[in-house]
Design a protein around this ligand. Structure first.
Ligand SMILES: Nc1nc2c(c(=O)[nH]1)N[C@H]1C(S)=C(S)[C@@H](COP(=O)(O)OP(=O)(O)OC[C@H]3O[C@@H](n4cnc5c(=O)[nH]c(N)nc54)[C@H](O)[C@@H]3O)O[C@H]1N2
Ligand SMILES: Nc1nc2c(c(=O)[nH]1)N[C@H]1C(S)=C(S)[C@@H](COP(=O)(O)OP(=O)(O)OC[C@H]3O[C@@H](n4cnc5c(=O)[nH]c(N)nc54)[C@H](O)[C@@H]3O)O[C@H]1N2
Ligand code: SF4
Ligand SMILES: [Mo]
Length: 743
C-alpha cells in the first residue's frame, strides 16, 4: 500500500486502551492473583520483561525482593498486548522459575539415543563436543545439512549462528503446524500476511465470527480482552465450532458444525452475500479482482446445499450472513491461528479472506487495521555465506507457495531416500518439544535416529531432551536478556526483557550459548560484542532510545507518523498482489496450478465405533510447556476426554472413569485419560486439551497425567499448497478395561 498518499498527522491514539472487565469472568476467578503476594513497597525491586509462556509476548514487570526472590509478575500498563493484565499463565510464569525439575547443568548422552541416560558436563565440555561435531558434519556434508528447529526467543541467536555457518534451514512449528495456511491465503488475497499479534480490530467490531478459533480458551490476552469489551458494547459473536466452547457460550449464534465441513458453510455464506446483494458493493467494485468468476463459482452453493453437508439449518446460514452484512464493514471473520486441520486449509482460509473482502472489512475500523512496527537495525556483522542448498531441494516442485520454512519439511528431509542426494544430518532444537509438537511421531523418531548430532536447548527435561546427544539448560525468561520485542500493533512498541536475578543452577541464556559456540566455530566476527547489553544498547540507540531508558520504561510506545490505521473511502489503495487488487480469484494459486477459487471436497468420516479426535487449548496451560509448572498444575493437572452423553451410553462410560484410546492405525495412548461426559461435544467427536500425557518421568508433576493427543495423530493430511500438516483427520475408539487410575 502506498503510504505517501496518506495525510501525515503528528500523533494519534496516545490515550490508554480501556481494560476489559468481564474477560476474567470467563475462567475460574480464583486463578487470578492466586500467586501474587503484596510485598512491602521498600522491598520491591521491579525489572521489565515480556512473557515467554506463550507467543503473545505480553510485557510486564518482575517483582523481586532485594535478595532476588521473585515474588510476582504483573502486566505493563502501556503494553497493547496485555493492557496491564497478564493471563493466568503469565501470572503463573513464576512457577517456571521455581520448578525444581528444571534442567540444571549441560548433559552429554552416555547410552544409545532415546534412552535418556546422560552424564553431567561443564559448559566447556559441552560446547567443545558440539563444535567438533558440527565442524565435522559441515566438512563432510556442507553446512546446509545442519538445521535449527526453534520456537521462542533464543531462536534469534541460534538462527544468527546457523546463518553465519551457511545454513538457512531454520524453522518453527508455528508455520506448518499452525499459522501457515492462513498466511498463504491472506497473502494471496490481500498481498499481506496476518502475522502476530493479529491486526484484528476486535475492540471496535460489531460482529466477530469465530470459525474454530476458541478465544477465551485460546487465551491470547488482548484479543480476549477486546472481545470481552466488544461484547459489552453489544457486538454479536458468531461461533462455528462442533464443541460448545467458552466463546460459543458468549455468542449470539453458535453453529455446531459437523467437523471438517467448514468450507461448505463458508462458500454458502459467500453465495448468500452475493446473491442477496448484501456485500459491500462499492468496496468490491473498487478494490477487488475476480468478482464475476467468484459469483459464477458459488452459484449453486446455496444454504440448502450446505445444510446437507454441514448440518447447519439454511435459515441460520442466512441469518448469520445478514448479521455480518449489517455490521459491515465493522465485522471480522477471524482468520484463526492454529489452522492446520484437514489438508485443504489454505483453501478454507482463502474462503475466510474472500468473505472479509466481500464485507469490506480489510483496512476498515472494526475489521482489520493496518499494523505499525518499529524494526531495530541488526548489530553490524559480515555478510552471511550463501547456502548452496536448503530443505526445499528435498521437495522439488512441492509446497511452492510456502512462505516460510516447514519444520515438518526439515524433519522429512532428514530421512534418507534413494531419490535424495543429501539429507539433514544435525539438529539444533531450541524451545520446541518436537516429539509432541510434530504429528506422526514414528516419522520424527526415524528422522532423529538418522542424525549425526542432536543438540537440545531447553529449560526442562522434556520428551525431546530425552532423545538428545547434548542438552543445554537455558535459564528461564525471568533470568535473562533476549532481543527487544519490536511488535506490530495499532502503534509500534518496543519492550525489553532483562534478568530479574542471576540464573539458578548452571543454566545460561541463549545469547551466550550462541556466542560461545560461534567462538569455537571460528565465527567471532559475527558476534562482535562483549555481551548482550552492548548489542542491545547499540540497537536501541539507532532508534533514539537506549538500554538504560528501556530498563526504566520497560515498554516504549512509538506514535504513528501517518494516519493510515484504516483506509479512507477516498483512498486509492494498491495491494501487493499480481493485480494490485484484493484477489477474490487468486492468480498466485492459478499460476501454481491450484484452484483459484476454493472448491469444497469431502473428508473421510470416522469408521464405525470410532470418533474424530478433536483437541484445543485450556486457559491455564500452553501446549506441553506448562504441564509441570507447579502454579499451573494447581489449577489443572491433567486433561479430560470430552464425550457426548449418547456415546457414553453406548460405551457405558461414567464421568471420571479412566479410559485409554486407540486410533485408526492401532496406536494406543500410553496413559489413561479421565472421561468427562458432556453435551458440549458432538456425538461424532471426542475432545481433549493438547499438552498432557507426558512420558518423561523426570517431570514429577506432569508424568503420566492425562493423555497426549500428539501420539494419536498418525494420519497427517498434508496441504499440497504450502505443506501444512492437517492433524484433525484422526479417529479414536475407547479401551475401557483400564484398571489403574493415575498415581
Ligand atoms: N498434537 C498437537 N500438536 C500441535 C498442536 C496441537 O494443538 N496438538 N499445536 C501446534 C501449534 S499451534 C504450535 S504453535 C506448536 C507449538 O509447539 P512448541 O513450541 O514446540 O510447544 P511446546 O510443547 O510448548 O514446547 C516448547 C518447548 O520449549 C521449552 N521451553 C519453554 N520455555 C523455554 C525457554 O525459555 N527456553 C528454551 N530454550 N526452551 C523453553 C519447553 O520446555 C518445551 O520443551 O505445536 C503444534 N503442534
Ligand atoms: N491458553 C492458551 N492459549 C493459547 C495457546 C495455548 O497453548 N494456551 N496457544 C496459542 C497458539 S500458538 C495458537 S495457534 C492458538 C490456537 O487456538 P485457535 O486458533 O483458537 O484454535 P484451534 O486450536 O485451531 O482450534 C480449536 C477449536 O477448534 C474446534 N474445532 C475442531 N474441529 C473443528 C472443525 O472441523 N470446524 C470448526 N469450525 N471448529 C473445529 C475445537 O472444538 C476447538 O474449539 O491458541 C493460542 N492461545
Ligand atoms: S497471553 Fe498470557 S501466557 Fe501469553 S504472553 Fe500474555 S501473559 Fe504470557
Ligand atoms: Mo500455534
Amino acid at each position: 500500500m502506498k503510504r505517501r498518499e496518506f495525510i501525515k498527522i503528528s500523533s494519534i491514539g496516545l490515550g490508554g486502551i480501556a481494560v476489559a472487565s468481564s474477560l476474567y469472568r470467563w475462567v475460574p476467578s480464583d486463578i487470578f492473583g492466586k500467586y501474587t503476594e503484596s510485598g512491602e513497597k521498600e522491598d520491591n525491586v521491579r525489572t521489565p520483561t515480556y512473557c515467554e509462556i506463550c507467543f503473545w509476548q505480553c510485557a510486564g514487570w518482575v517483582h523481586t525482593t532485594s535478595e532476588g526472590r521473585i515474588k510476582k509478575i504483573t502486566g505493563h500498563d502501556d503494553d497493547p498486548h496485555c493492557n496491564g493484565r497478564l493471563c493466568p499463565r503469565g501470572t503463573g510464569g513464576v512457577g517456571m522459575f521455581y520448578d525444581e525439575d528444571r534442567l540444571k547443568t549441560p548433559l552429554i548422552r552416555t547410552k544409545e539415543r532415546g534412552k535418556d541416560v546422560f552424564r553431567e558436563a561443564t559448559w566447556d565440555e559441552a560446547f567443545d563436543y558440539i563444535a567438533e561435531k558440527l565442524k565435522d558434519i559441515a566438512a563432510k556434508h556442507g553446512p546446509e545439512c545442519i538445521a535449527l528447529f526453534t520456537h521462542g526467543s533464543g531462536g534469534k541467536f541460534f538462527g544468527h549462528l546457523l546463518k553465519a555457518m551457511g545454513s538457512d534451514n531454520i524453522g518453527a512449528p508455528s508455520y506448518a503446524q499452525c499459522r501457515g495456511p492462513r498466511e498463504v491465503a491472506f497473502y494471496s488475497t490481500f498481498g499481506s500476511i496476518i502475522g502476530s499479534p493479529e491486526p484484528t480490530d476486535i475492540r471496535d467490531t460489531r460482529c466477530l465470527v469465530l470459525i474454530g478459533s476458541h478465544l477465551g480458551e485460546n487465551m491470547h490476552n488482548s484479543q480476549v480482552q477486546e472481545m470481552s469489551d466488544a461484547i459489552d458494547k453489544g457486538a454479536a459473536i458468531i461461533t462455528v465450532d462442533p464443541r460448545y466452547s467458552i466463546a460459543a457460550s458468549k455468542s449470539k449464534f453458535w453453529l455446531p458444525i459437523k467437523p471438517a465441513t467448514d468450507l461448505a458453510l463458508l462458500l454458502s455464506w459467500i453465495h448468500v452475500l452475493i446473491y442477496e446483494e448484501w456485500y459491500d458493493k462499492d468496496y468490491v467494485e473498487r478494490r477487488t479482482f475476480g468478482f464475476e468468476q467468484l459469483k459464477n463459482h458459488v452459484k449453486d452453493f446455496t444454504p440448502e446445499w450446505a445444510h446437507g453437508i454441514t448440518t447447519i439449518e439454511p435459515h441460520i446460514i442466512r441469518e448469520t450472513a445478514r448479521e455480518m452484512a449489517t455490521a459491515s464493514p465493522a465485522v471480522i471473520v477471524h482468520p484463526g491461528r492454529h489452522v492446520t486441520w484437514y489438508g485443504d486449509d489454505t483453501q478454507r482460509m482463502r474462503a475466510v479472506a474472500i468473505l472479509n473482502a466481500l464485507l469490506g472489512s480489510w483496512g476498515r475500523r472494526g475489521g482489520f487495521f493496518n499494523p505499525e512496527s518499529q524494526s531495530l537495525p541488526k548489530f553490524p556483522h559480515p555478510e552471511y555465506p550463501k547456502p548452496k542448498r536448503t530443505w526445499r531441494d528435498a521437495f522439488p516442485g512441492k509446497y511452492v507457495l510456502a512462505g516460510d520454512v516447514l519444520a515438518s519439511g526439515m524433519c522429512d528431509a532428514t530421512i534418507p531416500t534413494p531419490a535424495r542426494d543429501c539429507e539433514i544430518k544435525a539438529w539444533l532444537v531450541n524451545g520446541t518439544n518436537l516429539i509432541e509438537t510434530l504429528p506422526n511421531r514414528k516419522n520424527t523418531l526415524e528422522a532423529i535416529q538418522n542424525l549425526e548430532l542432536m543438540v537440545v536447548v531447553d529449560t526442562m527435561p522434556m520428551e525431546i531432551t530425552g532423545w538428545a546427544d547434548v542438552v543445554l539448560p537455558e535459564c528461564t525468561y525471568l533470568e535473562r536478556y533476549d532481543m527487544v520485542r519490536a511488535s506490530a500493533h495499532r502503534e509500534a512498541t518496543l519492550a525489553l526483557r532483562m534478568p530479574a536475578r542471576e540464573p539458578l543452577y548452571d543454566s545460561k541464556p541463549a545469547w551466550w550459548m550462541a556466542k560461545e559456540l560461534g567462538h569455537r566455530l571460528g565465527l567471532d566476527e559475527y558476534f562482535n560484542y562483549e555481551n548482550i547489553e552492548e548489542m542491545l544498547d547499540w540497537q536501541l540507540k539507532q532508534v533514539g532510545s537506549s538500554l538504560s531508558e528501556m530498563q526504566k520504561l520497560g515498554v516504549k510506545r512509538i506514535p504513528r507518523q501517518y494516519d493510515d490505521l484504516y483506509f479512507r473511502d477516498s483512498d486509492e489503495v494498491e495491494f501487493n498482489t499480481n493485480s494490485g487488487k484484493i484477489e477474490l480469484y487468486s492468480s498466485d494459486l492459478a499460476n501454481a496450478g491450484f484452484d483459484p477459487i476454493p472448491v469444497y471436497t469431502a473428508h473421510p468420516e470416522p469408521p464405525p465405533n470410532f470418533y474424530r479426535l478433536n483437541y484445543g487449548r485450556a486457559p491455564m496451560h500452553t501446549f506441553t510447556r506448562t504441564a509441570n509448572n507447579p502454579n499451573l498444575t494447581d489449577l489443572m493437572d491433567e486433561n479430560t476426554l470430552w464425550v457426548n452423553p449418547k456415546v457414553a451410553k453406548i460405551w457405558d462410560l461414567k464421568n471420571n472413569q479412566y479410559v485409554k484410546l486407540k486410533n485408526q492405525d492401532g496406536v494406543v495412548s500410553s496413559f489413561a485419560i479421565k472421561v468427562r461426559v458432556t453435551e458440549r461435544i458432538r456425538h461424532d467427536s471426542v475432545y481433549m486439551v493438547h499438552g498432557f500425557g507426558h512420558s518423561n518421568p523426570k517431570l514429577s508433576r506432569a508424568h503420566g497425567r492425562g493423555a497426549s493427543d500428539s501420539e494419536l495423530i498418525t494420519n497427517v493430511m498434508l496441504d499440497p499448497i504450502m505443506g501444512g500438516t492437517g492433524m484433525r483427520g484422526n479417529f479414536v475408539t475407547f479401551i475401557t478395561n483400564v484398571e489403574e487410575v493415575q498415581a
